[in-house]
Design a protein around this ligand. Structure first.
Ligand SMILES: *Cc1c(COP(=O)(O)O)cnc(C)c1O
Length: 251
């Protein structure tokens, strides 16, 4: 089918370059504003249902694969915490936004290669994927260079999936105290991504148990499809992408 088959209707387009203010990108912005309101409302309901204070749960808006214009729409709607999983992409999108909106926080939530650590430490408020001593060595070195140490979460591979980052659960009792000794208060919590197609609740409980054992305040768990369950299991930060920004398209 060729373009002329559609007569005068506009071609379908879902991606907008940064800074685009065309009508379609304004419509995209409206959708994001509504989706954010919906997620915040559902969060509050989930918190109330288990007698938690909604204020103690942070919403991390996961903006990977989405353009800066989408992030800006979310910022203008009051969102200030953002998650990205690739350092390169985050380094392109965030510094210009942070110049205009200095209060926003960038959290890096993807598995981190050591050759990306210098850049990661430079731009991130929090690195959520600390999972090995070698990575800790690189983070410490980069922190020296940049004179700034991001907050850190230890990622736990609760499902013991070979392709996933994270320490194994039985390593937590050795690894976490080592990291606490090394990074002090910068070591703030734990993060996990339960296996797909499994009941996430045992994974959330295991992560909560580990955080409790080590007196760590931040429990980063729950995504678009399971954040209500995560809130019921004690999450203090949920990481939501699709439910806010829509389905990700390759850039
Ligand atoms: C992409 C991603 C998310 C968000 O997933 P959605 O299902 O789109 O909400 C959360 N956490 C991590 C680590 C991710 O990589």
């Amino acid at each position: 089918m060729t373009r002329s088959d559609h007569g005068s209707s506009p071609p379908p387009s879902f991606s907008h370059p940064a800074g685009d203010t065309s009508p379609s990108s304004q419509a995209e912005g409206q959708t994001i504003v509504q989706a954010l309101q919906q997620v915040r409302h559902t969060m509050a309901q989930a918190a109330q249902a288990c007698h938690r204070n909604p204020q103690e749960i942070d919403l991390l808006a996961v903006s990977k694969f989405h353009p800066a214009s989408a992030i800006e729409a979310a910022i203008l709607a009051g969102q200030s915490l953002f998650g990205e999983n690739r350092v390169q992409e985050a380094a392109e999108k965030f510094p210009p936004l942070q110049e205009r909106f200095p209060h926003i926080e960038l959290h890096l939530i993807g598995s981190l290669q050591t050759n990306k650590v210098m850049e990661a430490v430079k731009i991130a408020h929090t690195i959520q994927s600390l999972d090995r001593t070698k990575l800790a060595d690189h983070i410490a070195r980069a922190a020296e260079t940049h004179k700034r140490l991001p907050h850190l979460l230890v990622q736990v591979n609760t499902g013991r999936e070979p392709q996933k980052s994270g320490i194994l659960p039985e390593q937590a009792d050795v690894f976490i105290p080592l990291m606490q000794k090394r990074f002090g208060q910068a070591l703030q919590g734990v993060m996990a991504i339960p296996p797909e197609n499994q009941d996430p609740i045992p994974h959330f409980r295991l992560l909560r148990y580990i955080a409790h054992n080590h007196a760590l305040p931040i429990l980063s768990m729950g995504m678009s499809h399971d954040y209500q369950l995560a809130i019921a299991e004690g999450a203090t930060m949920i990481r939501v992408g699709t439910a806010i920004f829509g389905v990700r398209q390759p850039l």
